[in-house]
Design a protein around this ligand. Sequence first.
Ligand code: HEM
Ligand code: HEM
Length: 190
Amino acid sequence: MPWKDTATGYGWMSIALHWITAVWITLLLFYGNSIGALLGADRSDAIVRHTSIAITGYVLLWLRVGWRFYFGHPAATQKQRGAAFTLGKWIHLTMLVAVGLMLISGPLMVWSRGDDIVVFDWFVLSTPMATSFALSDFCSRVHTGSALVIFLGILLHLGGVYKHLAFNQDGTFTKILIPSKPSGDDSCSD
Ligand code: HEM
Ligand code: HEM
């Protein structure tokens, strides 16, 4: 079973991580964004929902970021070469850095304002640090900024996918659905 990436394509591990965490990140963006519009108990419930989803997927999300930076981004296939591929690659890496920043800034933001992280009604991660509203405020800005980067990244990402599917038909979409074989990566098409 080709679970590792090849020189120009993705293996099962990357494909599984991409799709599972794509759903997770979309949910986190959606629930995170809803927090700002709420007050009182509704706001507290929304924060618990958001932090619970974040902590449940925490290790998986780090695995996804670590996997890409450890193994590197697959190179372009014969059909993909060009500036658009390089742009796409940098958008991917920027989104992953932003995900890493979300995973650091989220817990620090909660803990440094003196709160505990509640994960459903399963367990609580008590704050291990002294209260610092300056740090909490800084982390909050990083969290909001990184969320915006991910959101814009996803819009560009989906625009790129549409371009590849509708106009280029160069196998880009197939790459993230079917694992590449060590040879013949260039032969797939959408
Ligand atoms: C990839 C992971 C994550 C994504 C995409 C994400 C996304 C978001 C978004 C979009 C917001 C709204 C930002 C705003 O309106 O300023 C938000 C807020 C928040 N996030 Fe996350 N988040 C992630 C991880 C985490 C983690 C790991 C924690 C903590 C365990 C966390 C805790 C919070 C809290 C407490 C808020 C509300 C901030 C407030 O009080 O206004 N997030 N998140
Ligand atoms: C319906 C939704 C999505 C579609 C159709 C889609 C499609 C694709 C495709 C075709 C590629 C391969 C591009 C290439 O390597 O040339 C890819 C890679 C990638 N996608 Fe998505 N994607 C979706 C959602 C997301 C979301 C929500 C994220 C959020 C972070 C994301 C992040 C990435 C990243 C970082 C890569 C680079 C490879 C990797 O590290 O997994 N994608 N996607």
